[in-house]
Design a protein around this ligand. Sequence first.
Ligand code: FAD
Ligand code: EPU
Length: 275
Amino acid sequence: MPLARFTTLGVGGEAEVWFVESAAQLAEAMEQPYRVLGGGSNLVIADEGVPERVIRLAGPLAERDLTPDPALSSADEIVTGWVGGGVPLPGLIRQLQKLGLSGLEGTVGIPAQVGGAVWMNAGTRYGEMFDGLHTIEIATPQGTVQVTPADLNWGYRDSGIPRNHVVTRVRLKLRQSTPDEVLTKMDFADTARKGQPKMKTPGCAFKNPGGVSAGKLIDEAGLKGTRIGNALIAPEHANFIVNLGGATAADVHALLDVIRERVVVPLELEYELWP
Ligand code: FAD
Ligand code: EPU
């Protein structure tokens, strides 16, 4: 199955995709070499595809129960039921806003799945996934574990969860607020996206070194608008590479090399390159 259709960049060749709907199916899928695919919003997948099987959470692993758990919730803190790793984050954030549940609205506009967003602690300067997590269930090759954020060495764009350990579901830890208040915070966080391109892209290419905008550094190197093949360093924001239509992974790799050569500060890649 071509992987391009599962990615926001729209690039990527063939692989065997396993849609897994239960812990048992996931355990079976993890018996041979595999990769985990979430919303495909941080991936540059090779035009040749990948040899490993690609696991995608589906069915009950993409369902949510936002009912407060009475045993875990208090007057100040709502702890929800389980939210599957395969749940699309944008819809979840809209639903939490309607319920007036506050804590994750800073992640508005991130086109991830919950599992992928937790795995890399996706966020913005207005909040990140680890602001709203109570329990994380993780399938590992040795079995399933449940951990709390305090058990993990998490930080900026990093959960501390090893690669290929699969975030199967989470319980959210939120504060009861009002739909209006959550919407106001969400709109505020969303204004930071006004300067981001609207075309096919995997988000920011590089992490911000020491809090400095990598986009600003790439811009200052004069690279906005640089085009290789059908991939372009966005004129709107230099840390975004966009697909003009028909771009290849090779085009994107070549642009990443140009950025690494021209920006003097060492930049750490945020994208994940498959393979
Ligand atoms: P994928 O891209 O599918 O995979 C990324 C990594 O997560 C891979 O290693 C994959 O194996 C792993 N993974 C996926 N699912 C799971 C799982 N269930 N368990 C374990 N590992 C898993 N990011 C930000 O942080 N902040 C932003 O503001 C932001 N804005 C963006 C805007 C746009 C328009 C786009 C396209 C991207 C943006 N991103 C942003 C980048 C991207 O959305 C995040 O990196 C997100 O966390 C990727 O999640 P995903 O589910 O799409 O994962
Ligand atoms: N800037 C430039 N030129 C550019 C880009 C930015 O001068 O080409 C300047 C802006 O004018 C602004 C500053 O740099 O003064 C910061 O820019 P911005 O607000 O866009 O934030 P950022 O640091 O570039 C980060 C995240 C984004 C997130 C936004 C909003 C990283 C790598 N990027 O971008 O996350 O959406 O803040 O909170 O941390 C992502 O991780 O994929 C991502 C998109």
